[in-house]
Design a protein. Structure first.
Length: 395
């Protein structure tokens, strides 16, 4: 196949902008056909050398601009060479893909670009940026070809020296693996060179604080009638304890989420956290018979606030509600930091304590894997006692 040739063209449309400048374009020529791409560089007519096809010294930054133009053409040629080595056929119709394709020598540059152009939540991007920052603190430069088992092992030892916990280290490597997998998809790393094939991630069961049935009853009895703010925060927290719903879901509850069917009051909502890449159509739907859960206590909370406004529980930001929960904990004296993770864990462990099948708890919490739900059974010692009740050992 004949080669694609490149040249620079100035003011192809023979038209100047309001500053008296025109665009320099890159022309791709192949078999009598041409395709033009913007260099994003504008100059005046007297600053262009028509014979040498370069910016002349009438422009103060002519050397810099000529380097930029040369580099732009060189990068296009490098991408064409790279794609041909991968067995791709390159034609003018594919030049947009060639122009937009970015070759990386630095894994850090690749990871940074992938983080910023992703549609991950900003909070998730922040954790990925933190991973990148720690990697750079360990090793100033990291080539694509240097992402291997030896690097992963050395980085793990570095994190151990910083006294990071096992699960924190796991999260760093999980983030790195995301971008290694992406690099493989884009043919930047060969599948046979996949470093995580030999480097296994380690994770341990984390501490899952929850309120025991006794502590939950104490919380229910706390009276904040003199402080309506704390009273509503308590009710929102209890709604999570009774339904397993996250704070991000509860603040979206409207009266439409609560309905009656066959003399059972139901709560139906879509889990915000389950959506894939900000696509709300992928959200998992949860349907709970709340009149059959925890002696119908979630129904009582709904009845208390229905008719007040569209979103029943969106009175507080996450920061405001966490601050209020600290005040409630002072009164509760459970010695546990109250968060909505604790409320969700409380729902799970108390359901298990009351002998609700683990598969049902999985559906209530919206877990994809039963193994995730089974972790709650491990942390509730009282479950063992409960399971042994009524068993005849032949004594």
């Amino acid at each position: 196949m004949s080669e694609i040739h490149f040249s620079l063209v100035f003011n192809r449309k023979n038209k100047l902008n309001k500053n008296g400048e025109a665009l320099i374009q890159i022309c791709a020529y192949h078999k009598g056909r041409r395709k033009y791409f913007s260099s994003k560089i504008y100059i005046k007519p007297n600053q262009w050398d028509l014979k040498r096809l370069k910016v002349n010294n009438n422009h103060n930054d002519y050397d810099l601009l000529n380097d930029q133009l040369e580099n732009a053409v060189r990068k296009i040629k490098e991408v064409i060479k790279y794609k041909k080595e991968k067995g791709e056929q390159i034609s003018l119709s594919k030049m947009e893909d060639v122009r937009d394709f970015k070759l990386y020598s630095s894994f850090y540059d690749f990871m940074k670009d992938e983080i910023e152009k992703s549609i991950l939540k900003e909070s998730t991007k922040k954790t990925h940026r933190r991973t990148l920052s720690v990697m750079k603190e360990f090793k100033k430069e990291l080539g694509i070809e240097d992402v291997n088992v030896a690097f992963l092992m050395d980085f793990e030892r570095y994190l151990d020296r910083l006294d990071f916990g096992v699960n924190t280290v796991y999260k760093y490597f999980k983030n790195i693996r995301t971008y290694v997998n992406r690099a493989i998809v884009l043919d930047l790393i060969k599948i046979n060179d996949y470093p995580f094939k030999k480097f296994k991630l380690r994770q341990v069961d984390g501490t899952r604080d929850f309120l025991s049935p006794v502590e939950l009853e104490r919380l229910e009895r706390l009276n904040f009638d003199s402080d309506l703010r704390l009273q509503k925060v308590k009710d929102i927290f209890l709604m999570s304890c009774y339904s397993g719903a996250r704070f991000s879901d509860i603040v979206m509850f409207t009266e439409d989420n609560f309905y009656e069917e066959n003399q059972i009051r139901w709560l139906k909502f879509k889990m915000k956290k389950s959506e894939i890449k900000s696509d709300a159509t992928t959200q998992k739907e949860i349907k709970l018979p709340i009149s059959k859960m925890f002696s119908s206590k979630p129904v009582k909370i709904f009845e208390k606030y229905k008719g007040t406004k569209k979103y029943l529980f969106d009175d507080f930001t996450n920061t405001e509600i966490n601050k209020a929960l600290k005040e409630i904990e002072i009164e509760l004296k459970s010695r546990k930091k109250l968060t909505f993770h604790v409320a969700r864990h409380t729902c799970a462990t108390n359901l298990i304590y009351h002998s609700v099948p683990i598969s049902t708890v999985q559906k209530i919490l919206g877990h994809d894997k039963i193994e995730t739900t089974q972790l709650y059974a491990k942390v509730l010692d009282m479950t063992i006692v409960n399971d042994l009740k009524g068993i005849n050992f032949g004594d």
